[in-house]
Design a protein around this ligand. Structure first.
Ligand code: GZL
Length: 310
């Protein structure tokens, strides 16, 4: 009953805001840890301006406590909708309950939480497990089903890190001669990806490694730098597949240093504000609004690079 009342209140409040044409959105962004994240921020800010929506934007520097503080501030300021790109998947229940009790709907953007679905309106983002599967499918084909792999994982506890690992391993289960021999978090950053690879190349058994799977392009680009500085030829001695599809990944593929990137579209501004407006006009919105993506490898990089928007 309480949820029904909250839903009615929410619809009326949002509809009033929509009529007044003065929707205010609070967006709790993770930070600026990767080129992908920066592209997403630009897309959200540009679309808010284009659509005349008042945007209160918070950069949490990859700290969950800062995101929680921002959400509480948005609630106190009486925003109409909250957008949240959750840095990790757990620990959100208390603040999401506060938002629901305040009648402030939450839309998850690009990452999921493991809270009950009733605590948010929608997840806008990719099929992240499929991204991991597509990376493994491409690598299996490229390596003829035989590879000794090191894996650079994303931020510990982040849904895309958990799901990209799961998806990759789903496919690896079909290839007994493909195995992951080292796996460590590079926190989705170029610096940490380089740092982890610098340690790995020193280990005696690294000579058996012939492939790298990175959960995002930024860590792959850091690893490429470390491999080059250690005398390896990344993209040739060691085949590298990553995820995101940022511009620098396409440049690296044209240079023969990266072999494949699985696209993860950060340009979610238009879809996000379309969901906000539909919420505001009392329309129901889907539980999952999927962003659509491709797989790009070295054979198409030069042709596709000029068309890339991020
Ligand atoms: C994926 C997104 C990830 C990107 C990284 O949806 O959450 O976060 O793949 C970014 O580049 O840091």
């Amino acid at each position: 009953m309480k949820r029904m009342v909250a839903a009615v209140v929410l619809t009326v409040v949002l509809a009033q805001a929509a009529v007044a044409g003065e929707i205010t959105v609070g967006f709790a962004q993770i930070g600026a840890e990767s080129a992908w994240r920066t592209a997403e921020t630009i897309s959200i800010k540009d679309e808010a301006e284009k659509q005349g929506v008042t945007l209160i934007f918070s950069d949490a520097q990859q700290k969950q406590e800062n995101q929680i503080r921002a959400i509480r501030s948005f609630i106190a300021q009486g925003v109409d909708v909250i957008g949240l790109a959750p840095v990790v998947e757990s620990g959100w229940d208390p603040v999401l309950v506060e938002a629901r009790e305040a009648g402030t709907p939450v839309i998850l953007v690009d990452r999921k939480v493991n809270s009950d679905e009733s605590l948010y309106e929608c997840y806008l983002g990719p099929n992240v497990i499929e991204e991991g599967r597509n990376a493994a499918r491409w690598l299996a084909k490229r390596m003829n089903g035989k590879a000794t792999i090191v894996e650079l994982q994303g931020t510990v506890g982040a849904a895309p890190a958990i799901e990209r690992k799961q998806g990759f391993e789903d496919i690896l289960a079909e290839y007994p001669d493909m195995r992951i021999v080292k796996s460590q978090s590079g926190d989705f950053t170029r610096a940490k990806g380089k740092e982890v690879m610098e340690q790995w190349v020193k280990s005696p058994d690294f000579s058996s490694v012939d492939a790298v799977y990175a959960h995002n392009d930024d860590m792959a680009l850091g690893a490429i730098q470390a491999l080059e500085e250690s005398g390896f030829k990344p993209g040739k001695d060691i085949v590298i597949v990553s995820i995101d599809g940022v511009r620098d990944a396409f440049v690296a593929m044209t240079e023969g240093k990266l072999n494949c990137t699985v696209e993860c579209n950060p340009l979610l501004g238009p879809q996000f504000f379309s969901l906000v407006k539909r919420l505001a006009s009392g329309e129901s919105i889907p539980r999952w609004e999927e962003s659509h993506e491709g797989v790009f490898d070295e054979t198409v990089a030069a042709e596709v690079l000029p068309t890339r928007l991020y």
